[in-house]
Design a protein. Structure first.
Length: 198
């Protein structure tokens, strides 16, 4: 069971290869931006579960590795919200959450998309949207409080966040146990967020 030290260098996991790539051209000669374009093109053509894997690679590249690319590729990723796959739509919701946590100003663009996904026909997509709203409500409130001047766009965004919160509260009466449970979690988070700190 002997292994040479050269073996450990050449046999890297996909994740370690991904994280060891430097900025600029990578091993295959692609910049991060070109790699994102390639992955998005692959994701558009894939019809099976590996689409999520490819989209997660895109998310890692544009949110964690090179956030300057986030705004450039936002529309391309959000376009997947209309995908037939429930898991892909749930991924888009998670992406919206991560993107807004990275840059809260993106909420101005993405809140309408999240609102549409909150009304999805699939229960699991709705539950994921409720959980994301639990996180983004707090982030949006902090953003509004810290803003010296609130723009018309921010006000419209906050109105939509508040409206969505109201819709989630109405889901406390849902016939679906899972949606009801997630709505309860949202209300609990709302209470904690809005409670004064001692």
């Amino acid at each position: 069971m002997a292994s040479s030290s050269g073996d450990s260098v050449t046999r890297r996991s996909v994740a370690s290869q991904f994280f060891t790539q430097e900025e600029g051209p990578s091993i295959d000669g692609m910049t991060t931006s070109e790699r994102v374009v390639d992955l998005l093109n692959q994701a558009a053509l894939i019809t099976n579960d590996s689409k999520i894997t490819v989209l997660k690679q895109v998310q890692e590249l544009i949110i964690n590795k090179d956030p300057t690319l986030l705004d450039n590729f936002l529309d391309e990723i959000i376009a997947f919200q209309a995908d037939k796959s429930i898991e892909v739509r749930k991924f888009v919701i998670g992406f919206i959450e991560e993107a807004c946590k990275r840059d809260i100003e993106l909420l101005l663009k993405l809140i309408a998309n999240l609102n549409m996904l909150l009304r999805d026909e699939n229960v699991n997509v709705v539950k994921k949207a409720i959980l994301t709203m639990t996180q983004l409500y707090k982030v949006a409130l902090q953003w509004m409080v810290k803003s010296r001047v609130i723009s018309d766009l921010q006000e419209a965004c906050w109105d939509m966040v508040s409206s969505m919160a109201g819709e989630i509260i109405l889901l406390l009466d849902s016939d679906n146990d899972g949606i009801r449970t997630h709505a309860i979690k949202f209300v609990e988070g709302l209470i904690v967020t809005l409670s004064p700190r001692m």
